[in-house]
Design a protein around this ligand. Structure first.
Ligand code: FAD
Length: 388
């Protein structure tokens, strides 16, 4: 690829500035209050949608801005850098990619323009199950064809934003595992309209952070057969196709968190005077912040490389995975440095550091655990034996 410049274009700088302006209307108190009540940032997400930011990846012909993953990444990064939590809305950006790449023309025309205007929300992605976490091929939820319907039975775990979505992308087994050649065959993806859907029970879970996460129970849940995306049985590969985008975008959430921690730590360490001088003059305080800053900057380079490859239509699996890993770890390092330099105040709700720490901690474990990324790099990048 010819252009590997890491400088942002003027348009990208303007985009970041505009998102930053929007975020200023939703200050720390807004996110803190929602966190306390474990409520969804409806007003923020609605405004972001109205401004078109959640539709940047939707092509012009379906009502979106037709921009690249780099622009989407900058939007999410800026939300987290400003103190907000893009986890409330990042999924729509990568979930709708499955509809875009594998949906029929009729499905794209039916859903994408409404997602772009905000008339419909697609924030829910139902994959994880109690007995199928990292090993997606072990999914036990079944979707059985019955005339013009599929009948869904089973259970999902940790499915976020279901109560704030109109639509959910659902992965279920349509052919029993003992009847397929490879265990990755026989899984199918459905775009399910979950509004007033009979047979669906949603049980909210109180998690470490405000993430609108639920356990789902499907009891003979009937969905129209035309909810199927693409070909029956090919769902696993469709989900894999969306992984690079997901990795780059989640890495961007983490980069934003990392930058927020560094800015907050630098400001506090520079003004807090103990033993007659600012605590930031002590290397024990300063060096962890400097080290974390370097980790964030390095992760940014990998994220940007992955995004540029993605936008150029080139393979970017290793880079996207490494970006997600490095950014999540850098954010945790920055979070630790930020908590430490704040002393007791790092644990006080009103400083927001503990909230951001809880929010950023998630991305070591989800949407994919960093262990599985190391397994991917070990096996697929370095050619070592498969570990699972
Ligand atoms: C707040 C939150 C929101 C979420 N939202 C969603 C959502 O919207 N939709 C959705 O589908 N899922 C969601 N998830 C689920 C998340 O993607 C899973 O938790 C994750 O994929 C891991 O699955 P698991 O929790 O069952 O862990 P497990 O797969 O049981 O793994 C447990 C631990 O063992 C490690 N491990 C397992 N196998 C190996 C191996 N071979 N080598 C090394 N280490 C291994 C894992 O890395 C992990 O550390 C969410 C989770 C959380 C916490």
């Amino acid at each position: 690829m010819s252009d590997m410049s890491f400088a942002l274009t003027d348009e990208q700088k303007a985009l970041k500035a505009a998102v930053s302006d929007l975020c200023k209307q939703y200050p720390a108190q807004y996110w803190r209050d929602l966190d306390t009540r474990r409520e969804y940032p409806d007003a923020f997400v609605n405004e972001l949608t109205k401004a078109g930011y959640l539709a940047v990846l939707i092509p012009h012909e379906y009502g979106g801005a037709g921009l690249g993953i780099m622009e989407a990444a900058l939007i999410l990064e800026e939300i987290n850098r400003s103190g907000g939590n893009a986890g409330a809305c990042h999924a729509q950006m990568y979930i709708m990619g499955t509809v875009l790449r594998h949906g029929s023309e009729a499905q794209k025309r039916q859903y994408l323009p409404k997602l772009a205007t905000g008339e419909l929300r697609l924030q829910a992605f139902g994959v994880t199950e109690p007995n199928a976490g990292s090993d997606t091929t072990k999914l036990q939820t079944t979707a059985v064809r019955a005339g013009d319907r599929y009948v869904v039975n089973g259970q999902k775990m940790f499915i976020s934003r279901v109560l704030q979505s109109d639509l959910m992308l659902l992965l279920a087994r349509t052919t029993p595992v003992d009847q397929v050649k490879r265990k990755t065959d026989g899984l199918s993806v459905f775009l399910v309209d979950i509004r007033d859907l009979k047979g669906l029970e949603v049980r909210p879970l109180r998690m470490m952070m405000n993430h609108s996460t639920n356990a789902l129970f499907f009891d003979n849940m009937e969905i129209p057969a035309d909810s199927l995306i693409g070909q029956e049985g090919k769902g696993f590969s469709y989900i894999l196709d969306g992984m690079n985008a997901e990795r780059v975008l989640v890495a961007s959430d983490s980069l934003g968190d990392g930058r927020w921690f560094i800015e907050k730590a630098v400001a506090y360490a520079s003004q807090r005077v103990i033993f007659g001088k600012p605590i930031g003059a002590n290397q024990g305080v300063q060096f962890p912040i400097a080290r974390a800053h370097m980790a964030v900057e390095a992760a940014d380079l990998m994220r940007t490389k992955a995004a540029k490859l993605f936008d150029a239509g080139l393979p970017c699996g290793p880079e996207a995975n490494m970006a997600k890993f490095l950014a999540a770890e850098a954010a945790i390092e920055a979070g630790n440095a930020c908590i430490d330099c704040h002393g007791g105040y790092g644990f006080a709700e009103e400083y927001d550091v503990e909230r951001k720490f809880r929010e950023s901690r998630l991305y070591r474990a989800a949407p994919i655990n960093n262990n599985l990324i190391m397994a991917f790099v070990g096996e697929h990048v370095l050619g070592m034996p498969r570990s699972y």
